[in-house]
Design a protein around this ligand. Sequence first.
Ligand code: KIV
Ligand code: NA
Length: 267
Amino acid sequence: TDKRTTVPSILARKGGRPIVALTAYSALTARMVDAHADVILVGDSLAMVEHGMDSTLGLTLDVMILHGRSVMRGARKALVVVDMPFGSYEESREQAFRNAARLLGETGCTAVKLEGGVGMADTIAFLTARGIPVMAHIGLTPQSVMTIGGFRTQGRQEADWPAIEADAAAVAEAGAFSVVLEGLVEPLAAKITGAVPIPTIGIGASAQCDGQILVLEDMLGFSPRVPRFVRRFGGLGEAADKAIAEYARAVADRSFPGAAEVYSMKA
Ligand code: KIV
Ligand code: NA
């Protein structure tokens, strides 16, 4: 629709009003987030948060498309970005285009996100030149968990900075319309934000970023263990536990269903 947030309007937020981004994996949560966010990401964190996997490596393109379609049914205003899953874009820029085109075509989303900096710049340029807006993702890139050896904050040593700054410059130069900075020490995230011409969206990064993103279930308080960068804005995990416990008690003592919750015969 013509009321949906556009790629140029996100680009125009560089250095201005912070971009509000959150994840959603379904129509139910997308509807809630759409009321307040500029960007909804159908993140491949879906693997761990919703499907109980140990990493994001196990998701297929078809699963991302299923969830992307669900989110699109709930989101009217926000710009929806769908993560390209592990194995769907790294092989070649042609493979990336083919699968990104499926994500846009089969879900109706506006953009894709993929992980990588200098090494993915050629692919990002190939996609953007062919009508596929790309959000880049650098720093802590969870699809590389096996090579990194864990979910580790990046840039702790100043010697590591130039490579990460080069990643940021490369994805901007390649035409990405924004870049997620994940798990970077604060001064590096701030420095990159000042250096690149595209909006940076931080997660475990810096308040200086041009926007912020969190995993919805983490910030709502559903996730039992979260990294230190997550602020729990709600306690929905506790609320849900209380509600389910009350339901279990009411079933056990036959106080549910009550008189108003059952059907009677026609008079
Ligand atoms: O998969 C995801 O949710 C993400 C964000 C946390 C940036 O990539
Ligand atoms: Na992701």
